[in-house]
Design a protein around this ligand. Structure first.
Ligand SMILES: [Zn+2]
Length: 305
């Protein structure tokens, strides 16, 4: 299917949520109001499913529990069309703003909703807004406790809202304070001008030039590291209802919605992709390096449930 550096399959992932679920709108859209917004997640996710079919690519769909509970048919369709199902929390709250008990409850409810709809186990987790950071590494133990075997939530960069700067850029085993272990597939970065730069997903894929995204992915593949592409169904929906909110959030959310599909097609044509769990299963667990600095960090943190 694909040309040039394509021996390493990268991960293709979708965070299945609606346009009004995003963190950028959370101050203007209350969770109680979610049922009142016209939902577009089914149509937009189908558009992505059709796109992936066209390129014969399978990926991982991290579904919001709130969506799974209401759109069970969509969850089954994702499964039936050959993709892997993962969990994207229930309420799309930042993990570092939750207590461990709140996080456990949210995670169980979401996993349960997705598994009930799909009838298959959900093994992968993606945190809302990549919110597993130095302040919420206690989440690792809870994810293993809930039966997850992999996670893809840690962004090894500095950023206002997320990121664990200096954490590994390749998939690795991360050990929680209570000894729980999970394989982490970090969000993609590459070195440019001596800095770790985010690449290949969401707003970075949508707003930064394609040469930048290509350079980043090529560089990763050249180092035999799989990239992590991620996209949200609302990112290919220029017609979505506009939310009245501050300028910064509008710019982040609405820029280039019309060009995202073409950008995805460019990647789908050029690179090889597979679901996250499939890429991770090509190595035995023991072969992944353990990053215990996370566990050490969590042990010195304030949370101790
Ligand atoms: Zn999300």
């Amino acid at each position: 299917m694909s040309s040039s550096p394509a021996k390493v399959a990268s991960a293709f992932s979708v965070d299945v949520e609606d346009y009004f679920h995003v963190e950028a709108f959370s101050r203007d859209v209350s969770r109680d109001d979610w049922p009142n917004y016209p939902s577009r997640v089914v149509a937009n996710t189908r558009k992505l499913l059709d796109l992936l079919d066209r390129y014969r690519v399978r990926g991982t769909f991290f579904v919001l529990g709130w969506v799974a509970e209401r759109q069970g048919e969509l969850v089954r369709e994702i499964r039936d069309r050959g993709h892997e199902l993962g969990c994207h929390s229930y309420w799309h709250r930042l993990i570092y703003r939750l207590t461990p008990d709140e996080f456990r409850e949210d995670t169980k409810r979401a996993k349960d909703a997705i598994e009930k709809a799909a009838g298959v186990a959900t093994l992968g987790y993606r945190a809302p807004t990549f919110s597993i950071t130095g302040a919420s590494l206690w989440a690792i133990d809870i994810l293993t406790e809930c039966g997850f075997t992999f996670d893809s939530s840690i962004f090894p960069i500095h950023h206002d809202n997320y990121g664990l700067a200096g954490s590994p850029r390749d998939p690795y085993r991360i050990r929680g304070a209570r000894g729980g272990e999970i394989v982490e597939f970090p969000i993609s970065t590459f070195k440019m001008l001596g800095r770790d730069m985010p690449v290949a997903g969401g707003g970075y894929l949508r707003m930064l030039p394609m040469w930048y995204n290509r350079t980043g992915i090529d560089r990763m593949l050249g180092e035999s590291r799989p990239a992590m592409v991620y996209v949200h169904p609302w990112e290919i929906d220029p017609e979505q209802p506009r939310i009245r909110t501050r300028l910064r959030s509008r710019l982040r959310h609405y820029t280039n919605l019309g060009s995202m599909q073409a950008r995805l097609e460019h990647l789908l044509e050029r690179y090889a992709f597979a679901p996250v769990g499939e890429i991770l299963s090509t190595r035995r667990l023991a072969e992944y390096r353990v990053d215990d600095s996370a566990g050490a960090l969590a042990r010195t943190g304030t949370e101790g449930t």
